[in-house]
Design a protein around this ligand. Sequence first.
Ligand SMILES: [Zn+2]
Length: 71
Amino acid sequence: MRSGFGCESCGSPAVRLPAELNDDALIQCDGCGCTLMAWGAFKRRVEAQDAAERHDPAERRAIGAGVQPMR
Ligand SMILES: [Zn+2]
């Protein structure tokens, strides 16, 4: 799962972005054209997923305290 996103109606991961990106602008599914959600909500969703995949940097620093540095 790379993008972590799929249209609930047609399953397409492609979205149509509004010409003007502000948090209230609505994005549409590129597959079926339905309105998905506001850009602001979409952005937060992607960012949250991104952060979860990368793990918490503070946590990693704590774990890596006694570990060899990366090459
Ligand atoms: Zn769709």
